[in-house]
Design a protein around this ligand. Structure first.
Ligand SMILES: Cc1cc2nc3c(=O)[nH]c(=O)nc-3n(C[C@H](O)[C@H](O)[C@H](O)COP(=O)(O)O)c2cc1C
Length: 234
């Protein structure tokens, strides 16, 4: 199993430790790759829209490609982010902006429709729910059909200070989550993803996409005809 962790922070705090703990506890042969933001992609989207016509024209293409190649090859994606002002961290948001052509409304990738993902966020008190939602929303629009989330209030500014009682709870919660992902099961694309895809398909079909390049992409995948990214024929 190929696991890619994307951390919305450079430091190894509570969010990092929980994400890493889950990856380490997954009980199957695995290859783990990690990216840290902003260290591995220290840019904001400039809004130039070059990527709409040609993704390689993004000024940050080379660094972004390194991460997205790993993402495309992964079976399981683990995202971690500290909760900052009730949302995901700014570097994580920036990463999502920089990869917006992967959204179903533009050029969804077939490989996404068979992936699994886990989204982890820690807060001192409140806000993990909305921080996690920032990321699950992107994953939904990428087409990832199976997403589990884990948010916890750690009452702390760093991992060392997390109260012992909380750490015991985290151990048992991460055991449970890792067990789910250790079991080999096929992902099934749900009705929500299918509905979204079909809406985007209709848009592309009538030429309401952002560029004729997008329509060509959908056509070349056979999605404007009978093919669907969750079918294994192509
Ligand atoms: C800029 C900033 C904003 C924060 N905003 C919140 C917040 O909205 N709610 C909260 O409960 N904790 C907030 N915190 C605390 C962190 O979410 C908390 O300490 C978290 O566990 C840190 O995760 P880490 O150890 O992975 O960095 C904030 C911390 C910082 C530095």
């Amino acid at each position: 199993m190929k696991i890619v962790l994307i951390h919305g922070q450079n430091h190894k705090g509570s969010s990092y430790h929980i994400g890493r703990m889950i990856a380490d506890k997954i009980n199957t042969a695995k290859e783990v790759t990690e990216f840290f933001l902003p260290k591995d992609l220290n840019y904001f989207c400039l809004g130039c829209y070059n990527c709409i016509e040609d993704e390689s024209k993004c000024p940050f293409y080379v660094k972004k490609k390194k991460i997205m190649d790993a993402v495309e090859q992964a079976d399981l994606l683990i995202f971690t982010t500290p909760t900052y002002c009730m949302r995901a961290s700014a570097p994580m948001k920036s990463f999502m902006d920089l990869t917006f052509t992967y959204w179903m409304v533009h050029k969804p990738r077939k490989c996404m429709f068979s992936k699994k993902a886990i989204v982890v966020s820690t807060a001192a008190g409140r806000g993990t729910k909305s921080a996690i939602k920032d990321i699950t929303n992107t994953l939904l629009y990428w087409g990832v059909p199976y997403i589990r989330t884990y948010g916890i209030s750690v009452q702390s500014m760093n991992w060392a200070q997390v109260p012992e009682k909380r750490k015991i709870q985290i151990q048992s919660d991460t055991d449970r989550i890792a067990k789910i992902f250790s079991e080999e099961q096929k992902t099934r694309v749900g009705i929500k993803t299918k509905l979204l895809f079909n809406m985007m398909r209709m848009m592309q079909k009538v030429g309401w996409g952002s560029s004729p390049v997008e329509k060509e992409y959908w056509e070349s995948n056979g999605w404007l005809a009978k093919e669907r990214p969750w079918n294994n024929k192509l």
